[in-house]
Design a protein. Structure first.
Length: 413
């Protein structure tokens, strides 16, 4: 009997009601490559800044440029998917992403480097939201969707941690390798995606008619809380890591590899605990976990304002541990709360809106943190900013603990 392979096999799996595992892995690749790309530059930033003559303010654009590119093309993604399906934009985005990685890793111009980061962020805007949207649409509400979102989150956590370690190891040879490394990863994902994404996946006839608009989504309190909470969590986290990296390397003379190991308390806990996040959410509920995570994150930043410690590693370690715990508690819970707040008609617009919150928080926090760090050198001002970001996230999370108004909408999925 003949067997199916490639996109036809994936389509057959969807039709049977049992999405193939390989398809889930392809969808998770958007989260993996996004997280890897953010973290892989962190330990390499001081070295790259010295070679390119950049200040901390200039170096942070290597990170925030990715987030800005993501936000800039985010609204175009659903329209391309509606017209061409998910397959074609996804594959082209991975190919351009690989080319931009090569260009960024070989250039001697800071402006070109930042430009390639913007391009790579734009490519991620075509791939990353698609993963979460398809998961929410293919997997039914309840345990199946929680498991799928947990796997999706695990790839993000593992990608971020792997990127930190790879950057520390590769920067020992050259900071350029940290920028070149994502190219072969993207090409491998391109080959797998070409076989697993059905040819007609995501096609809706060339328009987004019948989907919710942004004005309507702003009335969805759970979705807005999730987006703002994710922005505060992600922005404060990356701001703290940026300060820590430059403090350890420029201020204490740490090597990139030692710096990468020093950051593990902030990122490794999520990678280790993500497989169990679904059970935790089912037992405690996403709202409680989000509030607990926001409180822990705010405490992590406020600790740096205390007068009894310095800016050496023992002084920053408690904050790294606390912010790692905050991600364990609330990272997956935010994803679950966001996807559960969407109807099937809202997802093509709502998922990019949620992802915008994550990226916008990172870009804004990085820019402001670098500006205050440059102006105040090693003072307390950037940590006061991060504490304010954490407090804002906590207030939003506490609002989610109030009794919800009954919602008569039904999710067709």
């Amino acid at each position: 009997m003949a067997t199916l392979s490639g996109p036809r096999a994936a389509a057959a799996g969807l039709a049977s009601g049992r999405p193939p595992r390989a398809l889930l892995l392809v969808l998770c690749a958007s989260m993996l490559i996004d997280a890897l790309e953010v973290s892989v530059v962190l330990p390499a930033l001081p070295e790259a800044a010295r070679h390119l003559g950049l200040s901390l303010w200039g170096a942070q654009w290597v990170m925030s440029g990715f987030a800005l590119g993501f936000a800039a093309l985010l609204l175009l993604g659903p329209r391309l998917t509606a017209r061409y399906g998910a397959r074609r934009p996804y594959l082209w985005a991975l190919l351009v992403f690989a080319a931009a990685s090569v260009a960024g890793g070989t250039t001697g111009s800071a402006a070109v480097l930042v430009a390639t980061r913007v391009v790579k962020g734009a490519c991620a805007a075509l791939t990353a939201p698609t993963g979460l949207a398809i998961i929410a649409g293919v997997y039914p509400e309840g345990a199946p969707r929680r498991r799928a979102v947990t796997v999706y989150s695990l790839f993000g956590a593992a990608g971020f941690t792997s990127g930190i370690l790879l950057s520390g190891a590769l920067t020992s040879a050259s900071w350029r390798w940290t920028l070149l490394f994502p190219a072969p990863v993207a090409l491998v994902l391109l080959l797998v995606a070409a076989r697993q994404i059905p040819r007609e996946a995501g096609r809706t006839g060339g328009s987004l008619r019948g989907t919710a608009d942004f004005r309507g989504l702003l009335g969805n309190s759970a979705l807005v809380r999730s987006a703002v909470g994710a922005a505060c969590l992600n922005g404060g986290f990356l701001g703290l890591l940026l300060l820590t990296v430059f403090g350890l390397q420029d201020g204490r003379g740490w090597s990139p590899w030692a710096t990468a190991l020093g950051l593990l308390p902030a990122c490794a806990p999520l990678a280790l605990s993500a497989p169990f996040a679904g059970r935790l959410i089912a037992r405690a509920g996403p709202q409680r976990l989000i509030a607990a995570g926001a409180l822990t994150a705010a405490a992590a930043y406020a600790y740096q304002l205390m007068p009894w410690h310095g800016r050496d590693y023992p002084g920053v370690l408690p904050s790294l541990v606390l912010v790692g715990a905050a991600f364990v508690l609330s990272f997956t819970a935010l994803n679950v709360q966001a996807t559960s707040a969407m109807s099937a008609a809202e997802r093509p617009v709502a998922v990019p809106l949620y992802q915008t919150g994550v990226q916008a928080g990172a870009a804004l926090a990085l820019v402001l943190t670098a500006e205050l760090r440059t102006a105040a050198r090693a003072g307390w001002a950037p940590y006061a900013l991060l504490t304010g970001v954490g407090a804002a996230g906590l207030l939003v999370a506490l609002a989610g603990l109030r009794p919800a108004v009954p919602d008569d909408r039904e999710d067709p999925a």
